[in-house]
Design a protein around this ligand. Sequence first.
Ligand code: HEM
Length: 491
Amino acid sequence: MTLSTILAMFMLRRKRRPFPPGPRGLPILGNIQDFTCGFEWIRFGTSMKHHFGDVLGFRILRNTIVVLNSAKAARDLLDKRGHLYSSRPVLTVVGELMGLDRSMPLLPYGSEWRKCRKLEHIALNATAVKQYRPMLEHFSAMLALDILGDPDNFYELTRLCASRIILSVTYGLSARVTDSEYITLAEDTMRIVTSSIRPGAYLCDLIPIMKYLPGWVPFQREARHGRNMIERFVYTPFERAKEAIAMGSAGPSLTRDLLTSIPADSLTTEIEERIKWTTGALLIMTTAGGESTFGTLAVFMIAMAVNRDKQIRAQEEIDSVIGAERLPNIPDRGRLPYVDALIQEVMRWHPILPLSITRRADAEDEYEGYVIPKDTIVSPNLWAIAMEPNPKYPPEQFIPERFLDKEYPTPNPTTWAFGFGRRICPGKTLAEESVFVLISTLLATLDIQAPPEGLVPKFESRAVCLPKRFNCVFKARSLDKFELLRGAAAL
Ligand code: HEM
């Protein structure tokens, strides 16, 4: 066989490698309807998974998208081949035109992302996060007390609490300041970001050359407005925190840790800008994603209202381990295995980021006999991972006991709900500690019940898949618990 024959056979074999299978799309537009039909992760993880398997392929115009329907596929690509799959898709409108591409979650995999990630590690490693524990305990008691004082507004109060936590942790701002000055700005900005970030939100993301269209075109006007909002959102609390640090009146915060980790004479404008966008990224991720903390709490409340037996078992555990003299705190976690299992089940039963945050393939790759072209958008389907079958425990039911059963093990959601590999959520420890102390304080002090008309959980079909506003009944478990809350919230 001559060299040219071998080469020709090799080229032919290369050509034959198929793109992963998936549903047929429309002419030219391709599979756009599969990403705009609502709750697409459920169809990807059920009928399409049965038909096509764990690796699904889609095309929209000239863009290729791969959805990974199993933990194995997600780990094989996003963990083990992290050098290929750690970039993010280029989002022309929200990234380039609105300017969010300066923030870490949208940065391509490379040196600027690595520098930001290093800063985040300084601020969010397990030891650094310990300094926020008293604050988290204080906010948890405040939330329980606020809900008892105004139970009809529990949904809004829970969202406010998640925002207060993140503004305090990021900038050291007190609840009084954050409530009056930043929460509305944060919510308005996030409304723009979350609606713009969804695949297919703007045609310009699919046909980037459209970014050169004149300024009066509607999406350009929206992009300008978005850019102004994002800059105000990122710069205003940063400047406020900087002033407080200079005056010596700042409490602990990520901004303080980062600004003081660098000697004053080395703090160049470039480094300050990087810190500003690193803290801004946390703010954005946890307000868009701090929707993730809020969403996890809202799912918890629904799960408790419709599964009273599980709530009572968790309360009994807290009563017997912690007693009546104090509220649970973060170091109690290891002594409350049922509460821990219940929190894992909240995260598994309804993942808040069902399609995680998408990645981009930096080069062509091959997996399970399929070719994944360069620049393919890759999305792990966390919903499908949560619903992986178990012979004993039906995945759609809320059963915390599944995490205590060694014979029929269920993987801990903290191994997938925060993402994979090099871009795994840097706020994981802070999120886990916040969620634990908030949930265990609510369980210790409140009874959560479905309203007399019943409760059927409904969810928003958005990238951050939150429960829709629902009704719930909250009662103090006892006068003593109420007094404990008052004491802790007043500290
Ligand atoms: C229950 C709460 C949370 C959940 C479920 C969650 C989940 C996630 C997921 C799935 C990703 C994508 C990771 C990937 O690409 O594989 C992510 C990224 C990220 N998260 Fe979280 N998160 C939560 C809370 C937080 C908190 C509290 C912070 C900050 C303090 C945070 C900051 C970030 C940032 C900055 C990224 C982008 C990382 C990068 O692009 O390198 N998250 N998160």
